[in-house]
Each structure stands twice: as C-alpha cells, then as structure tokens.
Design a protein around this ligand. Structure first.
Ligand SMILES: [Zn+2]
Length: 506
C-alpha cells in the first residue's frame, strides 16, 4: 500500500501587501519548502498535522511518500509560481500511483490566478486537480480552525477534520485523527460521508479563543457530538475574516459513518445544528473596537493600579502572524501624544531605519523616521506616516535569539538585523524582518528589559499571551489602521457572500 502525505499551508490575508513567494514557505527553520525525503525528515515528530499523520502511517505496513512540507506565515496571496510548484509536487506523487492521500492544509489559502484555477480557493483548486487524476482514491484532509470552507471544496474529500483549539495546541492530534479515519476507511471498517453548513458570520479571530465564551461552547458541542458512534468527526471552523473571498466565515463539517442508516442526514443535520448555534451567538464573535485615545487612557488607569508591572498596549491591528506589515506606528504615536513615558515598543519592522542606526553606531545620536513605510492600498492607506524620533542608538544585533517560552521552545528565531532606539521616553526594538513577540528574548537579546517598561507595545493577538500576559498588569487592545484590524469598517469587501454578519446587520 502506498500513501501520499503532504503539507501545504497558508492563511492568506487578501488585504495584506506582504508578498508570498516560494521562499516564504518552509518546513521549519529552512528557507523554502521541503520536498521528498527531506519533507519526511522535517515533519517526523513535528507537533503539526502532518507529524500526526506520519506517526499513524508509520505504524502501518505501507509505503509513505512525502512530496511536500510547506507552511508560510500569513501574508498576501500566494504567488502563482509558488502555488504551482507546490501543487505540482503533490500531483506528481499522486499521478505516479497511490492507494490513499493525506493532506495537511489550512483552509484559507488564496493564490494569484494560476494554471490550476482562479486561486480564490487554493484548497479547492488543489483538490480538484487531484480528483482529475485520482477521482476515487481515498482522500483525507486535516485543516486549521481558521479555514474558510466551501461545500464544493469539502465534497472533494472523503474525510475532513479541523483543529479544536485556538491557540492551536492540537495540530498533531488532528493529524492523528484524520489519518486514523483514513486507515479505518481503507480497512473497510467505516464508509465516511460528509455534512457541511456555513453560518453567515464573519467572525473575528480575537473572539475565537476556544477557552472562552461562545467558541468554547461550540467546541464543547463538537466534542459531545463525536461521542455519537455514528459521528466520526465534528469540526467547527471560525474562519479567517481578513480574506475577501466568497466563502470567508464560519462553518461546521461533520463526517458520519454510512455503514449506519441515515448517516448522510445525520451529518447534514449535525452540521446545520452547529452552524445555527454559531449564528445564534454571532454577536459574541465580533470584537467591540474602542477608539485608540480611550484605550490609551484605560492603559494609564491600569498602570496606576498595576503595582509597577507593565501595561501591554496590544497593537492587534498589525499582527505579522495574521498578515500584518509589522511597521505601523499608530499606537506608539498615540502613547507619545498622550504624554506617556516609560514606553517600550516590541519588534517593529523597518530595515531602512536599522541600516541608518547600524551606520551611526551604538551610542550615536540620530533622528529617524521609523515605521509607517509600507502602503496598504487594500485598506485605503496609500501613504502611511512614519514616526519621527530623536534619540540614542542603544544596541545593534544580528537579531537571532533562542526561544525559552512555551511556543517554539528551543527554536532559533531571526528578526534580521535589529537595533534599539532610545529617546528617554520610548525605546523601540526595530527589526529588518517580521517578528511576532512570542518570547521575552525578542527584547532581552538586544538588552531591553520589557518588565522595566510602564507601557509595553506588542504587535500581537494571541501568541504574546502565554509569556507576556502573566507578567503584565493588564493587556489593553489598541485600535490601529493595519491589515489585521478587527474593525471591519476599514476593509472593503467585494467578494464575500452576502448577507453576512456583521457587514449586514439585520
Ligand atoms: Zn489558525
């Protein structure tokens, strides 16, 4: 028996100006995807979906073929050539003959128009191409909870399973679940049928924490439905809202066992029931944005009550893990204008400013325009405004550090050449590349102690939480004009299905 197992993941922010070429993808630390045997080495024991799939397959007497392991952090649409190269590697493996296919996909991939289709639904184009050469080969797909799913895509697979957690801590288990069902199908123990329903809700990722509120209840419902012996998998998808595609938004996928009577109706009914639940709680999936000056005032109050611990100004509208440019400066500017001091700003991408500081040298006095350099035409920001600061260059580094925190533990991360500018009131960590502040070392590696800050600006949504939140007096969400904003008013949706809440309120 020959099984093809591959990973091709990207969460595409269609509003993001950040490019997504082939080298943006990697199998871990590398630059560019891993192909063939390298992909297998990179993914064996990796705590991601493909790792779980490989672990299950390795226990079976089968030949495993791994054409591709590729994942890129969120950014704009995948370049056509990159998409084609990755898709072709999977299609070649399928075309050379296989008995089953296991895919680790995201569900919200958008590509530039390419030879496989319009690119608007990257996963559907890939599955359609596979089905043209392997129309009946058992095919199982593991997906991210942020997938934007369509019935046309789902129905090309035999089995679809999504993560049940956000922050995602069950990727490996999702891969195991998907692979287990595929082997049960190959062994003739089950005959999967899929039910699908969309909820007309464009939920915001900030409100999809599966430990809180309506999302927690929805996932509890999915776990409960999986106790029904006729239901093989029940997955709730929050969707990814920074995607102007027809099928952006929430959905539910149910896999039932057609060896039992009424399976198709059960799958459809359960999916519809889940989608109706999401719709009934739709207001809870929308983040209530506060004007920036009010957030700054709230941060000052939190600081006074904070017993000396820093208050996080959470710049969630410019989160590079969701496609942000990592160079907007609305939040530090507002903090300075409000008269705050003791401000420390986490990684802000500006290679030009870093180069200028590098040339000036540590200890030099400089006046620089920092950040605010990447136009974001899709949200109407054609000419962003940098932040002009005068201060001392405090540090220059290669931007490498080893993570000690709980996410990516032990990995070496790269911020690119990095420098610190200190004006006395504000210290900014300026990087050459995108960097999510998920570990203290993005500060400490350049000699900045984030715990000495009164106010700590972090461009993040979820990944700062395990490390920074317990150390802070409070984390105050701050609105900024960025491509990961939770203010739908700044996005111009043209393609998403209508009506959809909250764009169309009733
Ligand atoms: Zn996700």
């Amino acid at each position: 028996m020959r099984i093809v197992i591959a990973r091709m993941e990207h969460e595409t922010n269609t509003f993001s100006p950040m490019p997504t070429p082939l080298i943006a993808f990697g199998a871990g630390n590398g630059v560019g995807p891993a192909f063939g045997a390298e992909a297998r080495v990179a993914m064996t024991e990796a705590r991601v979906t493909m790792g779980g799939m490989l672990a299950v397959a390795a226990r079976r007497d089968c030949e495993i073929v791994t054409p591709l392991a590729a994942m890129a952090y969120p950014s704009g649409p995948v370049h056509a050539k990159a998409y084609e190269r990755m898709a072709e590697s999977i299609l070649d493996a399928v075309a050379s003959g296989c008995d089953a296919i296991l895919l680790d996909l995201h569900g919200a991939m958008v590509a530039e128009p390419n030879r496989f289709g319009s690119g608007a639904d990257g996963e559907r184009d890939l599955l359609a191409a596979i089905r043209r050469i392997a129309p009946r080969t058992p095919l199982a797909v593991g997906l991210d909870l942020h997938g934007n799913l369509s019935r046309r895509m789902i129905e090309m697979a035999d089995i679809v399973v999504g993560y049940k957690t956000y922050p995602h801590i069950d990727m490996f288990e999702t891969g195991e679940h998907t692979a287990r069902l595929l082997f049960d199908m190959l062994d003739g123990r089950i005959r999967p049928v899929i039910g699908f329903a969309q909820a007309p809700v464009l939920a915001q990722t900030l409100m999809m924490n599966t430990n809180l509120g309506a999302m927690r209840e929805a996932l509890a419902g999915a776990h409960w439905r999986e106790k029904d012996p006729g239901i093989l998998a029940c997955s709730v998808f929050g969707g990814f809202p920074q995607a102007d595609t027809r099928d952006a938004g929430m959905s539910v996928v149910v896999v039932a066992d057609a060896k039992r009577p009424g399976a198709r109706a059960l799958a459809e009914r359960t999916a519809r029931w889940g989608a109706d639940f999401l719709d009934s709680r739709r207001a809870e999936f929308i983040f209530a944005e506060t004007p920036l000056h009010e957030s700054i005032a709230a941060a000052v109050r939190a600081g006074q009550a904070g017993a000396g611990r820093p208050v996080i100004l959470l710049d969630h509208g410019d989160n590079c893990m969701s496609g942000g440019t990592c160079d907007t400066v609305d939040v530090p500017r507002a903090a300075l204008e409000a008269g705050l001091d003791g401000i420390v700003v986490g990684p802000t991408r500006d290679p030009e400013a870093v180069a200028a500081m590098l040339q000036a040298g540590v200890g030099a006095q400089v006046t620089l325009d920092i950040g605010g350099k990447t136009p974001m035409p899709a949200i109407g920001v054609e000419r962003p405004r940098p932040l002009r600061l005068s201060g001392t260059v405090r540090a220059i580094s290669s931007g490498e550090y080893v993570v000690s925190g709980p996410i990516f533990t032990g990995q070496t991360l790269h911020m690119g050449r990095t420098a610190v500018l200190d004006t006395g009131r504000i210290k900014m960590v300026v990087t050459s590349e995108l960097q999510e502040p998920l570990d203290l070392a993005c500060f400490t590696s350049v000699g900045v102690d984030p715990l000495e800050a009164k106010f700590l600006v972090l461009k993040s949504r979820m990944y700062f939480r395990p490390v920074f939140e317990p150390l802070a007096a409070a984390a105050i969400p701050c609105a900024s004009a960025g491509v990961t904003s939770s203010d739908n008013a700044i996005f111009r949706f043209k393609h998403v299905r209508r009506p959809i809440y909250p764009l169309d309120r009733d």
